[in-house]
Design a binder for this molecule. Structure first.
Ligand SMILES: O=C[C@H](O)COP(=O)(O)O
Length: 258
């Protein structure tokens, strides 16, 4: 297990309206309040429509739970119907924003160039990007999973200076493990996460690479999180489906108690 503070982030995807979001975050806060959970950073990534409600709750009750968005526009403002900008998320005091999630790449044709522009916009507005990378099943079966994932890391970080890159979070999410119940073997996830860290050392420095948190995502549950977190280059989880059940997500956050 690494010495970096693990980040357990719940990506709610297109689930939970703003009333459900309030109830859910209250449950998390209540369940985590009886125990010091500073050893783990906890974040939720609700839909855009929930962010104001979550902000009000977190601010009002001074909760330690962080929150952020699932995407942002590469543009600051303008005629981009349906988009949400970095400045809007910063105004809501978001800490994190996921960028380049495979569902954005797949359903919204996001290329590495677009992802790179979004990473830069996030940093420009003081948000911490969670850069999502990972291969499809055919790529893994062809044995190209490491090179494919590293190309996405290179693309997402193109021309991003070290003083910004050192605070990025990278989420390795093999596409075939997302929402399928097929968790990537802990050793296989470690192989790719270690390769990502080595690439950060090549692109920047070993010191920077040692600071960056690399999460694993893909069918993480309370039953497999401890095994995943036992790997030296895995510093947290980006949790989809299991984060919608507050009790289950709390068990994931408390993986050390298992
Ligand atoms: O962002 C989260 C990932 O897509 C993982 O989703 P999942 O935990 O439902 O497999």
């Amino acid at each position: 297990m690494s010495t970096r503070t693990p980040l357990m982030a719940g990506n709610w995807k297109m689930n939970l309206n703003h009333l459900e979001a309030i109830a859910h975050v209250q449950k998390l806060a209540f369940a985590l309040a009886d125990k010091d959970y500073d050893a783990c950073e906890v974040a939720v990534l609700p839909p855009f429509t929930d962010l104001r409600s979550v902000q009000t709750l977190v601010d009002g009750d001074k909760l330690k739970i962080k929150y952020g968005a699932q995407d942002l526009s590469a543009h600051d403002s303008g005629a981009f119907t349906g988009e949400i900008s970095g400045p809007m998320l910063a105004k809501l005091k978001c800490t994190y924003v996921a960028v380049g999630h495979s569902e954005r790449r797949q359903y919204h044709a996001e290329t590495d160039e677009i992802v790179n522009a979004k990473v830069k916009s996030a940093f420009k507005h003081g948000l911490t990007p969670i850069l999502c990378v990972g291969e499809e099943l055919a790529v893994r079966e062809a044995g190209n999973h490491v090179s494919h994932t590293l190309a996405q890391v290179d693309g997402g970080l193109k021309d991003v200076p070290a003083e910004q890159a050192e605070s990025i979070v990278i989420a390795y999410e093999p596409v075939w493990a997302i929402g399928t119940g097929k968790v990537c073997g802990a050793g296989d996830a470690q192989e790719v996460c270690a390769a990502i860290r080595s690439r950060l050392a090549e692109l920047y420095s070993q010191e920077l690479a040692d600071k960056v948190r690399i999460q694993y995502g893909g069918s993480v549950k309370s039953g497999n999180v401890a095994e995943i977190m036992a790997n030296p280059d895995i510093d947290g989880a980006l949790v989809g489906g299991a984060s919608l059940d507050a009790d289950e997500f709390v068990k994931i956050v408390r993986f050390r108690d298992q």
